[in-house]
Design a binder for this molecule. Structure first.
Ligand code: DQA
Length: 159
């Protein structure tokens, strides 16, 4: 089946619009525009449709996830600092009934104690953290592998 039927939503949470300016020692020099360009390039190579969305507002992130269930096949989400506190984003991912991968540019497990807790993680299939832009790119590859494997098993009449 054609790969380009899949649609992946990539969400960037609060302060990620400040990439390239904020804490460069932690998040690097790359701007959000450059990150989105890398995401688009990998999406092109994988033959998948990817939409990116950034907001600094929890309610807007929730609203976007709420509508994503019908429009997308997979969610890649960096909830920023909401990772550590937002049960609303956790609930929205579960309610959308979309497979999701949580991503982080930095290695949250090796930073301040509050960053070691993710309340979003239990709503996701898995997490990729600490690889800068590659965290997103690996998540896209993983999402595609999972979507294609699913299609293959459907085509073969397996569950
Ligand atoms: C982040 C990690 C969060 O703890 C932080 O609040 C961010 C960015 C990351 O991508 O490394 O805003 O999600």
């Amino acid at each position: 089946m054609a790969k380009d039927k899949f649609k992946i939503l990539v969400i960037h949470g609060p302060n990620l619009d400040r990439l390239g300016k904020r804490e460069k020692n932690v998040y690097g020099e790359m701007t959000l525009e450059e990150l989105n360009a890398e995401i688009a390039a990998v999406a092109g190579k994988l033959g998948v449709n990817v939409e990116t969305f950034q907001s600094n507002k929890e309610g807007e992130l929730v609203a976007k996830i709420n509508t994503a269930g019908e429009a997308f096949d997979f969610l890649v989400v960096n909830p920023g600092a909401y990772t550590h506190v937002s049960y609303a984003i956790h609930d929205a991912i579960r309610a959308a009934d979309l497979p999701a991968i949580e991503v982080h540019l930095s290695n949250v497990g090796a930073r301040e104690p509050f960053r070691r807790v993710s309340v979003v993680a239990p709503a996701c299939i898995g997490s990729i953290a600490g690889f800068g832009a590659f965290s997103y790119l690996m998540a896209l590859e993983m999402a595609m592998s999972m979507l294609e494997a699913d299609t293959d098993s459907e085509a073969a009449g397996r569950e």
